[in-house]
Write a protein that binds this ligand. Sequence first.
Ligand SMILES: Nc1nc2c(ncn2[C@@H]2O[C@H](COP(=O)(O)OP(=O)(O)OP(=O)(O)O)[C@@H](O)[C@H]2O)c(=O)[nH]1
Length: 231
Amino acid sequence: MHLDPPVTMPHRHTHSADPRRPDGGHRALRIGFGGPVGSGKTATVAALCRTLRDRLSLAVVTNDIYTQEDAAFLRREAVLPPERITAVETGACPHTAIRDDISANLEAVEHLEQTLHPLDLILIESGGDNLTATFSRGLVDTQVFVIDVASGDDIPRKGGPGITTSDLLVINKTDLAPHVGADLDAMRADTRRQRKDLPFAFTSLTAPDGIRPVADWVTGCLDAWRAGAAG
Ligand SMILES: Nc1nc2c(ncn2[C@@H]2O[C@H](COP(=O)(O)OP(=O)(O)OP(=O)(O)O)[C@@H](O)[C@H]2O)c(=O)[nH]1
């Protein structure tokens, strides 16, 4: 597993909102996780929580259309104490709630900030959507797009904003590549072509510590965020 290009610093860490809280403290870094249905967004968020929870103060917001299944899964797996996991039922296309009308998500994030202060990191998981779904920069500071090799090795070639402009692209389920005949070299070449110098990572969450490249990227983002917030 490696980050490609081998850097952990975010390339475009856009400080969309003032990191200072009204009380003079600093708010948590907000990271969005989007991508097609079943690509591994919840598994990625769960693995990040398990890896980072001992050294960071974390919270999660999940988005489902009609249910709270992702939040229920994270609570059942006890990746964080239940009060740190909030579900938003979008009731409509997932991208609406993360891009067009972000009010329910903003309310959830702000409630977590107030009740769990101080928080280092809030992970916001979108419902599964298509390749055009991206987060509003008014909701998240940086965003990760998760695709998987089993849904077709031509997905990076197809492009779309999640593939081309996300701050980190995760290409998950590499363990399934031999079973579905996915060509990882072709995916890597297409990804490089689409993303230029933006980072991406191949992951298998079934492997021990398979989340490592994403966890390293997240902590790099947090360091940059803190340096910016301190300035
Ligand atoms: N083999 C394999 N399976 C994985 C991997 N990551 C996730 N999965 C499985 O893929 C399925 C879907 O994963 P989720 O994390 O629920 O996917 P999601 O993107 O959150 O799905 P939605 O919320 O429905 O959009 C689950 O059965 C996971 O256990 C992986 O790296 N390898």
